[in-house]
Design a protein around this ligand. Sequence first.
Ligand code: NDP
Length: 255
Amino acid sequence: MSRLVGRTALVTGSSRGIGRAIAVRLAREGALVAVHYSANEAAAQETVARIEKDGGHGFTVRAELGVPGDVHELFLGLEQGLKERTGSTTLDILVNNAGAASSAGTAPEDVTPEEFDRFFAVNAKAPFFILQRALPQIPEGGRVINISSGLTRVSNPEQAAYAMTKGAIEQLTLHLARQLAPRDITINSVAPGITDNGSAVFDIPEAVEQMAQLSAFKRVGQAGDVADVVTFLATDEARWITGAFIDATGGTLLG
Ligand code: NDP
């Protein structure tokens, strides 16, 4: 399909995992995609290679998020890449996907102030200021999609600090929705459940089997399961959805 031809997109953290799947799908629909990464340049280039293999267009942008000057560095690379390819810095689609997490979790009594601050800096503060910086460049009909987590709806003490950051990004979605609506820009949160992001735990069959039981479908999510939802929200067909929490957990929250 080609529902996003002529659009530009930034997907933070798209060198791997869910972000990569989102970048590949947006490009498949015709968008020019800025593939953002922090450390893993080879992986980001592999994302662009996959985009180009499908006949799409993308370029890499490096910036470590959660550190001073992060948004400035991100937009230097983003604007240069967009200008070279389109002649302007218009950004139609912003996907705040990059996230810091501790997969094993940390008991609340063991969370350090440093870990807490890092989670908030990467998962909540960076998306806020990326959006603030991007807004003048997002045209009418633009799309903002924030990646949250099903953990804002189920209790898991080991993930308390991480889940607090996802609660914060859901608040960003809710409160900005009213501000952006007059410009016909939608903003939504998408909450994945346990999703195979290629990390080592997904190579352990017993662990995967256990995680699969959490979903009503009795399997772990694939990155593409989440990416398809995000891609829909980026299209014109999703124009009537804003300020929403979209459950993309495969029924994990059904109880
Ligand atoms: P991965 O751990 O597979 O990938 C993380 C991505 O974010 C990478 O591209 C990484 O770049 C980038 N990144 C991480 N930290 C930083 C940073 N400080 N600055 C810049 N970039 C950074 O992530 P997932 O695919 O698992 O998760 C994607 C999103 O989905 C996250 O927001 C996560 O919280 C959320 N989520 C994931 C779930 C899951 O089960 N996988 C469940 C619920 C929510 P680099 O490669 O350069 O390190």
